[in-house]
Design a protein around this ligand. Sequence first.
Ligand code: BES
Ligand code: ZN
Length: 457
Amino acid sequence: MIDPVLARIDADLPAATDRLLELLRIKSISTDPAFKDDCDAAADWLVADLKSLGFDASKRATPGHPMVVAHADGEGPHVMFYGHYDVQPVDPLNLWDRDPFDPALEETAKGKVFRGRGSSDDKGQLMTFVEACRAWKAVHGTLPCKISLFFEGEEESGSPSLVPFMKENAAELTADVALICDTGLFGEETPTIITQLRGLLGEELTIHGPSKDLHSGMYGGAAMNPVRVLSRILGSLHDETGRITIPGFYDGVPELPGQVKGQWDALGFDHGEFLGAVGLSEPAGEDGRTALEMIWSRPTCEVNGIWGGYTGAGFKTVLPAEAHAKVSFRLVGTQDPDAIRASFRKMVEDMLPADCSVEWQGHGTGAASQMSIDHPAFEAARAALSREWPQPAAYVGCGGSIPIAGHFKEVLGMDAMLIGFGKDDDQIHSPNEKYDLSSFHKGIRSWARIIDELASL
Ligand code: BES
Ligand code: ZN
């Protein structure tokens, strides 16, 4: 059954490449309202493509960007596949070597790559599954099992419409198992299945001081400067050992079980190479923890942006009226996003001097998720992946966050299996994002094998 499907995938690769390039031309930046129509266009493109494959596909309105839901009948277990069609903003644009939305297949020293925004995160990955379905349909006229597809257009902006949509359409969106393609390989050619994913909490704060911007010669020394207040607060969030100082922050953070630590050590992660590739040499996290441990299993607090006062060309002796920062936390274990938000806000408010106040804007929360790998789909997928790749599939952690992974379990009671084919050097969220043609090609072949394997469960 599978061999002719794989042959079809190989033969159809040029056409699949053209289809992905077409999708990559659509500027579906979800966080910026200027690109609302483009998000809509990406959803339309997907609906049309899925219909051409015989899926019962529809675009579904939400208060934000639309969802795409599609179903195809089949025998055996019901599999739900999730991906996101929205992409990150492209700035700084001047660091791109080509127009981010005029993608191309480029020849590089390490082989051919798709270059363009969203090539890896997540349009290229999403299309690996669609192309696997296309090949199954072309060869056998049907799919090996019952398949539904669920594509979101708000993943990169915190998924505000996701949970309400899942609740309203729970029966339609529930299947035996969920598949998510939004993660990466380990190294160059070890396929992975994610067993734990960090959660995310975002906070935006504005410190207000004087009622207006002041001359720092006239008022400096007498008036409190909100940038100074903000800097002191942000500078106190970590202690000298790298630990986060927010009271209660580490409640629910588990120590890594020895067996998992053993599995991770066996992967032979090259810390020097990992940091060296981005111009660094020393891990900056908690004392005594490796970079891999910090990324996959420890919580973090990062300042993602900070501004205030005069930041233009030249110099201006201003004492600003306000200062701003965006701070995010990656969460693990059973850390409670709401409790951490409350504790962080209290800590900041307690540090405010007289005459200063703080204004908050919270961003989408999501707790960490832990996958239950005793579900038989995990070993089935591992066997399928190990047949496609030169290395057997590994169980690994993921430092990023994918809000839906937890919601599949909490809202719909489904286990989610995260498998992806991105590489560490794909530059997701950065200029010159790329996706290897080999990731795309072997990703399609991997899904064709996985759905074949799942069909027999
Ligand atoms: N594909 C990423 C998640 C990811 C990041 C996987 C790194 C593997 C390695 C996903 O699209 C993403 O960027 N998620 C955001 C979520 C947020 C904006 C709610 C993230 O992790 O910052
Ligand atoms: Zn992303």
